[in-house]
Design a protein around this ligand. Structure first.
Ligand SMILES: [Mg+2]
Length: 244
């Protein structure tokens, strides 16, 4: 089945009930931005830089780094540039800047963001990315201009995988969880949002431009934002000829 056809079917099934949405909360990496950058940075570039610095071959460097990553998976430290700077003795932000030309917006994202703006709904970006990473990515892509609020979970002292994050989001930002739509590509984060009581939760199934497709068990998924953009109130559904 083609992506277009799949999106049409999803649209037909009305994956989002926009009448019950006041606030749209969106993840950044793998939802709005191409996850290829992060996969490349953490999986290739950083191990290579660490190997060089330590005088190790790449496989040995990866072996040494693996337990450090496993120890903090799902916590803020996993996403924290300061934590890794201390652990690896490398300036992560400087390294990210060296490969920042790989930071890219996923297809159909700006159209969706503009339409949410036009519909009058509140638009919030909620990312586990460190504030310095967030700043770098916003400077590269310009997507920040669409949002009413940009939140790094570091600011709340809890990763999105934790219910504490959602509690703080609702309390501090006066967000009504039940009338919120949330989109993310991480199964753990999606579960955390649903368990907390976020009204509508969607999985991004195509987080990178390489074509890796990941269904998230138990969640309705979209391949890109066209499936829900065309149903935003006040907008007419796009016809095939208008898509691309
Ligand atoms: Mg993500």
């Amino acid at each position: 089945m083609t992506t277009h056809r799949r999106n049409e079917l999803l649209s037909d099934a009305a994956v989002v009930d926009w009448r019950r949405v006041d606030t749209v909360v969106l993840d950044m990496d793998g939802t709005l931005l191409d996850l290829h950058f992060d996969d490349f940075f953490w999986g290739e570039y950083l191990p290579r830089c660490f190997a060089e610095r330590e005088g190790l071959d790449l496989a040995s460097a990866r072996r040494r780094m693996r337990p450090w990553f496993e120890a903090v998976e799902g916590t803020l430290d996993w996403y924290c540039l300061d934590h890794w700077q201390q652990r690896l003795g490398l300036d992560l932000l400087a390294l990210k800047r060296q490969v920042a030309d790989r930071i890219a917006v996923l297809p159909h994202v700006p159209e969706f963001l503009a339409r949410v703006n036009a519909s009058g709904r509140r638009l919030v970006l909620a990312t586990n990315a460190h504030p310095a990473s967030l700043e770098l990515k916003l400077a590269r892509t310009g997507i920040g201009e669409y949002f009413d609020r940009l939140i790094s979970s570091h600011e709340f002292g809890a990763a999105k995988e934790s219910s504490l994050f959602w509690q703080r989001l609702c309390q501090r930002e006066a967000v009504d969880a039940g009338r919120t739509l949330f989109v993310d590509d991480s199964p753990r984060v999606l579960r955390s949002a649903r368990d907390f009581g976020v009204g509508q939760v969607l999985a991004m199934c195509a987080p990178d431009s390489i074509g890796t497709r990941r269904e998230v068990s138990g969640f309705t998924g979209i391949d890109d934002f066209r499936a829900i953009t065309c149903l935003l109130p006040g907008q007419t559904p796009a016809r095939d000829g208008e898509r691309n």
